[in-house]
Design a protein around this ligand. Structure first.
Ligand SMILES: Cc1ncc(COP(=O)(O)O)c(C=O)c1O
Length: 439
């Protein structure tokens, strides 16, 4: 019950009283003015979001979306001491606060809350535990010397998160509203982002099904939460090319499946193949598909291959987006930068003068032939964590395909894209992809 409810009832009682009919005319205008004053006051109060109803039928026509104006913040009373930057291990340290927003099918999105980082309490029957109703995003925030905190293309992560949600019947939401709340969270915890070059804050928005009942079907309840982990530079001790095992025994994703969505269910099944690759001396799997051994992705990154053509032009190729390839934010950024360079709209140092950029099917036979002809220029993966990761060897059908990586351990194209993307992310180069989080 609101604190204002007793006052409202008194007004109602006064204006309708039969006991003092003579005073009614005096009381009524007074009460009306008090009522209007109260309404003005309540506008400033944070009320729970309400479903929108049809004025005639009373039927719910729209459930409340995420509303950043309702945000409740409860700050921690026992802040943790951040680890020294050199001790940070990817994804093991978390900041003081987290964002949580509950949803249910009757009332839509509830009040967003930023609260102290803490374990979640969930019923053991929650759908997330049984049928993998879980999806996530990975994005980063960067802090500049002057305290400016920047996000990189958050709109892309929000759009992908909503696509993933739709794929497993979890609720969608207003991406701009969630971005707004993420900004509030990262600015609140920005002291956790080490000032040293190359450090950032890894942000993990996650959406889970929390319906307390067994049975496979759309979850009636869900929770969206966002946690943040300070991370160090990926290449602190120099570029380390990775070795891939072109895997034919396992598939990561199949046509009509869920590989193009960032669902939790896509990741656990990749652990055993990765362990098997590691046993054979390779760091990651190169995921293939079909009888032609089409290349799809590498580990949990998108794949790029550069070939030299007879006229000296370099073709930078990445497999096309479909059900089996995740639409990576870094993939899209690399493609846009490379295309702008190829068109002459932009010069990205390190990228070849004569460049063509293609999204097309690639099969292992293309790589084998290019290695034979000496036309294999570079192979690399792209993803939020490392941005780019060079590949120097691919194990395939009992032998290794050798790939040039240059003396630094990172080819010119990968290095050129890495440098440009970092410059944009950190605000060194102003670009609309970099979004300031500070108010
Ligand atoms: C399977 C898979 N492919 C590609 C990527 C790269 O995507 P992004 O560049 O958005 O990080 C990721 C990582 O997020 C991934 O998990």
């Amino acid at each position: 019950m609101s604190k204002l409810t007793p006052l409202r009832s008194s007004i109602t009682r006064l204006t309708s009283t039969r006991q003092f009919p003579s005073t009614r005319n005096v009381i009524r205008p007074l009460a009306a003015s008090l009522q209007s004053h109260l309404q003005t006051q309540t506008r400033g109060y944070k009320r729970s979001p309400q479903p929108m109803r049809d004025v005639m039928t009373g039927e719910i026509i729209q459930l409340p979306d995420i509303d950043p104006s309702l945000l409740k913040i409860s700050k921690t009373t026992s802040p943790k001491k951040p680890l020294p930057p050199s001790k940070l291990v990817f994804g093991k340290t978390f900041t003081d606060h987290m964002l949580t927003i509950n949803w249910n099918s009757a009332n839509g999105w509830a009040t967003p809350e930023i609260r102290p980082y803490a374990p979640l309490e969930l019923d053991p029957s929650s759908t997330v535990f049984h049928y993998a109703f879980t999806l996530f995003e990975g994005m980063k925030a960067y802090r500049q010397e002057d305290g400016t905190v920047r996000l990189f293309r958050p709109d892309m992560n929000m759009a992908r998160m909503n696509r993933s949600a739709t794929r497993i019947a979890l609720p969608t939401f207003d991406g701009e509203a969630l971005t707004e709340l993420i900004k509030r969270l990262v600015v609140l915890d920005s002291e956790w982002i080490p000032k040293e070059k190359g450090y950032s804050l890894y942000i993990r928005p996650t959406l889970i099904g929390t319906q307390n009942a067994l049975g496979v079907g759309p979850s009636s309840d869900a929770m969206l939460f966002v946690i943040c982990s300070p991370v160090g530079p990926y290449y602190a001790s120099g570029f380390k090319p990775v070795q891939l095992l072109a895997t034919t025994k396992f598939v990561r994703a199949a046509p009509g499946g869920t590989g193009g969505y960032k669902l939790g269910a896509n990741y656990a099944p990749g652990v055993v193949p990765q362990a098997e690759a590691a046993k054979e001396g390779y760091s990651q799997n190169l995921w293939l598909l079909g009888d032609e051994h089409a290349l799809t992705e590498v580990g949990t990154m998108n794949l790029f291959v550069a070939f030299k053509k007879p006229d000296g032009t370099v073709e930078l190729v990445t497999p096309p987006l479909d059900d089996v390839v995740l639409p990576g934010v870094t993939r899209d950024s690399a493609l846009q930068l490379a295309r702008a360079h190829a068109k002459g709209d932009l010069v990205v140092p390190g990228l070849p003068e004569k460049l063509v950029v293609s999204e097309r099917k690639l099969i292992m036979a293309d790589l084998v032939e290019a290695e034979k002809n000496g036309t294999l220029v570079e192979v690399f993966g792209t993803g939020t964590a490392a941005i780019v990761s060079a590949v120097d060897k691919i194990g395939y059908e009992g032998r290794d395909i050798q790939i040039p990586t240059g003396p630094e351990g990172l080819g010119n194209i990968a290095k050129g894209l890495l440098d440009r993307i970092i410059a944009i992310q950190t605000g060194e180069i102003e670009h609309p992809w970099s979004v300031i989080a500070n108010p």
